[in-house]
Design a protein around this ligand. Sequence first.
Ligand code: AMP
Length: 284
Amino acid sequence: MIIFKKKKDLHDWLNQQKTSGKSIGFAPTMGALHEGHLYLLKTSKKENDITATSIFVNPSQFNDPKDFEKYPITLENDIYMLEQTGCDVLFLPSVDEIYPPNEPKGEQYELGYLETILEGKFRPGHFQGVCQVMYRLLSIVQPHNLYMGQKDYQQCMVIKRLIQLANFSCKLHICPTLREKEGLAMSSRNMRLSAEQRKKALAIYIALLYLKKEYSQQPFSLLKENAANYLQDAGFAKIDYIELANADDLTLLNNWDNKTPVVALIAAFMGEIRLIDNMVLTGH
Ligand code: AMP
């Protein structure tokens, strides 16, 4: 695996590959890698000649400075996992490489409704930060195919919008959420949970399964209340949201109309760790 720290070196190298007809797949990350990240890379490897990833803990997307300070960093292990997976290229930039001090930053994107709900509502500025870094990464890498996880459902929609707004030519592939054996969605933040908290955190998955079983039978307000009580009893200190939404555009829903595709989304705190998860309820 080749490691690049400078965007120009990466850009030039990838350009050479493209000129010789090779396709480029890209899966950006913030490191502290787990099987969920590797799944994106394995999918890219099947579909592209060159698979690239990045590890960059993007300061501009953390609305909570403590969350940024405590974000897990496991670089040596990450590099080992990437080598084992057969990733071809790792981009490992510094903050100044992505946000040069002498260049403007903090540009804003027209995300509209998407930014006013769920993660957008509870993490003000978060998606602007995501777009700021993704605009830069996509401009440098210019991949043919971009791989992101359904685990961050709303983020996938935001990136779809960014691709349109910026006229990038890459195709977004949304990969399924990988879970631990019992069902907890894999996440870098899980590393910060104690063994006890990990067990309790499974309640999010069970609440999603409950919503999947019941969504066509009961008003959503009742389902959300039952799910909230369940999470609280299981030890979640604070619930940011439990919502059911149109899976295509995230319009929040109160009832099922027998045809709209529905996704359930949850964000809640186990101790001080904020966890998110989601499940598409309609279909299989
Ligand atoms: P992060 O490092 O958390 O920014 O995530 C990098 C990419 O990995 C994003 O596209 C995430 O949606 C994706 N990802 C994170 N967790 C999972 C998971 N459990 N399964 C599949 N993809 C994931």
